[in-house]
Design a binder for this molecule. Structure first.
Ligand code: SF4
Length: 475
């Protein structure tokens, strides 16, 4: 998957023109908010349930190394082959090797953000292996060759008419229809056929239980279950943070995940796999491979502040609550992870230099933090990234700002520390600013501050400040 996060501003400007998407996002956001509040309200004590979830995630992240080793031991004891991958390339190479060793020509996939992160589909296709996404939303965006729009609803923004045209064009159905049920039926018939011949299944993991070595997936379509149980070989790809200590913890997080992502009490299908199928068992693969991907996470795990994002359970609630995401949707973020969780995670994984526009695009309303079942304080992270930017802190790839910008900010800070300095400064710059504001020079200026002024009005300054006026009255 090509990362286009640097094009955030340009793509956001384009997306702002798509009225259909914005109306759709408003409606979906409203509907899900209502459903979330209703289902969360069904906990005997909703606040305590939320607190418990936040504690479970905090504990899991604090004990991550120990829990991952425990998970590996228990999964391996039940026959799973556990492999650690340092980065996307290692993970993709490993999965490709398994496919080649078994002469696999056809793969079905369940929805998985981690393989979006690694760009696995491109690697398999390049090596002559057919790949079919089987989640309806993922299937649509695969045909459209687009990135996911939302981590829970990847094709949330695609109009029904466009899906109809797409299915006709790709030969998935013969007669046009705008009935969503019939469109879903056409996709189902097309994909069911693949399950007869599939040789290898690839899915993500919603939770990995350390005490039992079990992997858990939750979904609404049944395609993950078919992907996991039809072929002889199953590969489950997970990132480090998917581990939870106990089955009891997993059950509680599952309830929170479903309520927060789709407003359901529980997803339609929850599958739990502990190792490949045993003697006498009918379902399940003969080989179960679990790939645990790091891809930069262990480097920021050492930073006790940054590791907070590893608590995320990918419910997607923060996205539809975010007023910025609500206007521009998921494409401008340019990668698998969008909205507030992407704004926190992407700078840590891709570096601040490439992702600066993401965390600057925040209104600090705090809606993401308020709704997050994992207790992530997104706004605090955005502030720390901005501070790192201003300091030119290289920890996450921020570059030293140009000397003009630094000198300007230092002078500004110096001037604001004493009243007389500020007044003197205002008196000196007023004639200059007023002359240039009149001539439109500031709006059209070039250089480091150009971007700032382009989107902001800069009227001439009043002949006297508010303080001057107050001072005179007081006399
Ligand atoms: S950051 Fe919180 S609200 Fe957003 S997707 Fe992750 S768990 Fe859900």
């Amino acid at each position: 998957m090509k990362i286009k996060t640097e094009q955030f501003q340009a793509t956001a400007r384009e997306e702002l023109k798509t009225r259909h998407t914005r109306t759709h996002l408003d409606l979906v956001g409203l509907l899900l908010r209502e459903k979330r509040q209703a289902t969360m309200g069904l906990f005997p004590d909703p606040a305590a349930a939320l607190d418990l979830g936040r504690t479970i995630r905090a504990e899991a992240v604090e004990r991550l190394p120990e829990l991952l080793e425990q998970f590996e031991r228990n999964a391996a004891a039940r026959g799973a082959v556990v492999t650690w991958a340092r980065d996307a390339r290692e993970a993709n190479d490993h999965i490709l090797r398994i496919a080649k060793e078994h002469n696999v020509r056809l793969v079905t996939k369940g929805k998985s953000m981690v393989t979006e992160e690694t760009g696995l589909n491109e690697v398999l296709l390049k090596n002559g292996i057919e790949v079919f996404e089987t989640d309806l939303g993922e299937f649509i965006i695969q045909l459209l060759e687009k990135p996911p729009y939302h981590i829970v609803g990847p094709a949330l923004n695609i109009p029904v008419r466009q899906i109809c045209d797409l299915f006709l064009d790709k030969g998935i159905m013969k007669e046009p229809t705008l009935d969503p049920v019939e469109l879903g039926h056409a996709a189902r018939i097309f994909l069911r056929d693949k399950f007869h011949y599939v040789e290898m299944g690839i899915t993500g993991v919603n939770m990995a239980v350390a005490e039992t070595g079990t992997i858990i997936n939750v979904e609404n379509e049944g395609n993950i279950r078919l992907t996991k149980s039809s072929p002889r070989i199953q590969v489950s790809v997970m990132t480090l943070e998917k581990v939870v200590p106990t089955m009891r913890d997993a059950m509680h997080m599952l309830r929170l995940l479903c309520r927060n992502s789709t407003g359901q009490l529980l997803g339609s299908y929850v599958s739990m796999d502990t190792g490949p199928h045993g003697k006498g068992e009918l379902d399940g693969p003969e080989e179960l491979h679990i790939v645990i991907l790091d891809n930069g996470r262990s480097s920021f795990y050492r930073d006790t502040e940054a590791r907070e994002i590893l608590r995320c359970i990918r419910c997607g609630a923060c996205m539809l609550e975010c007023p910025v995401y609500g206007k521009i949707g998921g494409y401008p973020y340019g990668w698998a992870y969008s909205g507030p969780m992407g704004q926190v995670l992407n700078p840590l994984m891709l570096g601040q230099e490439r992702t600066r526009d993401l965390y600057r695009a925040c209104t600090f309303c705090g809606a993401c933090k308020a709704v997050c079942p994992a207790g992530i304080d997104h706004p605090r992270k955005f502030l720390s990234y901005r501070a790192g930017d201003a300091r030119g802190d290289p920890t996450y790839g921020a570059k030293r700002r140009p000397w003009t910008e630094r000198s300007f900010m230092e002078m500004f800070t110096w001037a604001t520390k004493r009243r007389w300095r500020w007044d003197l400064g205002l008196r000196s710059v007023r004639p200059f600013i007023n002359r240039h504001a009149r001539e439109g020079f500031i709006r059209n200026m070039k250089g480091p501050l150009a971007g700032w002024f382009k989107s902001r009005d800069f009227p001439g300054m009043a002949p006297k400040t508010f303080h001057d006026g107050m001072h005179k009255r007081g006399k």
